[in-house]
Design a protein around this ligand. Sequence first.
Ligand SMILES: NC(=O)c1ccc[n+]([C@@H]2O[C@H](COP(=O)([O-])OP(=O)(O)OC[C@H]3O[C@@H](n4cnc5c(N)ncnc54)[C@H](OP(=O)(O)O)[C@@H]3O)[C@@H](O)[C@H]2O)c1
Length: 229
Amino acid sequence: MKTVLITGANKGIGFETARQLLQKKFRVILCGRDAGRLQQAVSDLGAGDLCLPLVMDVGDREAIRRGADELRTAGIPLDVLINNAAVLLKEDQSLSTQAASIHDTTFRINVFGPLEVVRQFLPLMRAPGRIINLSSGGGSMTDPVGGWSPAYCASKSALNGITRQLAHELQSKGIVVNAVCPGWVQTDMGGSGAPRVVRKGAETPVWLASEADGRTTGKFFRDKQVIPW
Ligand SMILES: NC(=O)c1ccc[n+]([C@@H]2O[C@H](COP(=O)([O-])OP(=O)(O)OC[C@H]3O[C@@H](n4cnc5c(N)ncnc54)[C@H](OP(=O)(O)O)[C@@H]3O)[C@@H](O)[C@H]2O)c1
């Protein structure tokens, strides 16, 4: 049986990715920062022992270290790691004038969080393994700047850079690392006006975790197709 760990999976795209991967017979380590919300999500999934909760705030390096220790103690190896958790703060309007705390928080959770999750959980991964980073078209260096949520968009550009560097570093260990833009999706982050339902938003992360060619690495995907960085 394959095991996947998904961060920020108590709702939205992470939750739906967990639901679809459970249907594909994965064991899912469902992560969230709030124990109550996480337990509710585990219970909503109704998958019994196949879905295990792991409380982990990805903005807190010590919490990530404790999470990895917990899994190590339980003797659970990982085949797939999905860095899904992220924030888009409503105050994020102007890099040049907004409080520095807004980009500090955004980068702590969206950039240093996923990187630390990889660093701490990598020793638990077995080869061939897959790491999937939830990015955004907003982080693209080839598309024009959209003029919205600049710290969030820059954080996703940084995550894309980290994806490429880790892909290069981990290739010799048999672990592929790719990034995904899920499109604009109806979640708490995307809002109700988004054109995509959450099932569609989870489609490419689920495919990368399961059916996609396990040799492709260091790429950026949308709708199961490679897109420019
Ligand atoms: N929705 C879109 O249109 C869209 C577009 C492009 C990319 N994305 C990306 O897709 C991913 C999922 O987004 P979504 O739309 O599903 O967002 P969402 O509905 O806001 O869900 C985000 C999830 O991340 C969790 N989270 C936030 N900060 C965390 C932290 N410090 N530690 C642990 N968990 C944390 C949230 O937990 P709480 O419930 O505790 O807050 C929640 O479970 C994100 O990486 C996002 O940037 C989304």
